[in-house]
Ligand binder design. Structure first.
Ligand code: NAP
Length: 254
């Protein structure tokens, strides 16, 4: 795929998956806008990209603030003319046992993971539809398929992200705007640092390579690694008592 005339907005680009994707997209020739809150990390990533001969712009913003995301998207369009691809990746984790569940923490996870994705999409969709071309990429999670132990807020947020982008995919059919929903398993990033029991944990570079293939092929949905994706999908068809029994004892538990 020729990325040389493509402009990509990546949210959550100051670390982990977002940073990895932004650097790889720029290496392949795309102009990239890197959006996140930590300006210093964004600027360091932009310097790295520019020094390697790429083209990038740091866009410090908080995805929970629609006006900030809109302003960042405008700035990127002002610099490069348009936005071809949005990678809605910004997200936070959370592992809370049911009796410790606190509305403040749940609200934060939902606001960043779901409302943040909504704010990112609304900042780019009208222009994409007007141009008759565009690509929305959601970084959801295998955790969005079914509820996992000690992950109520995170699972709910990722189920929300997947359903949100699925609806968008149907609504945007025939507009020229494609939608891809990526469901990764465990990947080595700051978000998973310190966690125990992560079956089929992947290196960041391997995960980025897989996600790049999905983005380039404009696949509608992709879940990986295949071993964990197969287990999670099989769990969708288990009777509830059996699923609960397995989930309670399985290795996802901290
Ligand atoms: N790692 C995994 O195993 C895994 C598996 C499945 C799905 N995912 C998903 O992949 C995405 C990236 O995760 P990661 O593992 O790369 O985690 P990470 O290294 O912690 O990166 C999270 C990114 O999101 C940004 N972010 C958080 N809150 C934000 C806000 N309010 N506004 C703007 N940016 C915000 C952070 O930047 P600032 O703090 O600078 O704002 C950071 O760049 C998340 O959506 C996560 O749920 C990860």
């Amino acid at each position: 795929m020729d990325w040389s005339n493509k402009v990509v907005l990546v949210t959550g680009a100051s670390s982990g998956i977002g940073r990895g994707l932004a650097v790889e997209l720029a290496r392949r020739g795309a102009s990239v806008g890197l959006l996140a809150r930590r300006r210093d990390l964004l600027e360091a990533a932009v310097d790295e990209i520019n020094e390697a001969g790429g083209s990038a712009l740091a866009l410090p913003a908080d995805v929970t603030h629609a006006d900030q995301v809109r302003a960042a998207a405008c700035e990127l369009r002002r610099k490069f003319g348009y936005i071809d691809v949005l990678v809605a990746n910004a997200g936070v984790g959370g592992t809370t046992y049911a009796v410790d569940l606190c509305e403040k923490e749940v609200t934060k996870v939902i606001r960043v993971n779901v409302i943040g994705a909504v704010n990112s999409v609304t900042a780019v969709i009208p222009h994409m539809v007007q141009r008759g071309s565009g690509h929305l990429v959601a970084i959801s999670s295998l955790a969005g398929y079914r509820g996992l132990p000690k992950s109520a807020a995170y699972c709910a947020s990722k189920a929300g992200v997947s359903a949100l982008f699925e609806s968008l995919r149907i609504d945007l059919a025939h507009t020229g705007v494609d939608v891809s929903i990526i469901h990764p398993g465990f990947i080595k990033t700051p978000l998973t640092a310190g966690r125990k029991h992560m079956p089929y944990l992947m290196e960041l570079d391997d995960a980025v390579a897989k996600m790049m293939r999905v983005i380039e092929k404009r696949k509608k949905t992709y879940s990986f690694p295949w071993q964990l994706a197969m287990i999670v999908r099989a769990c969708m068809f288990l009777p509830i008592p059996l699923y609960d029994w397995i989930a309670e004892r399985n290795s996802f538990r901290e």
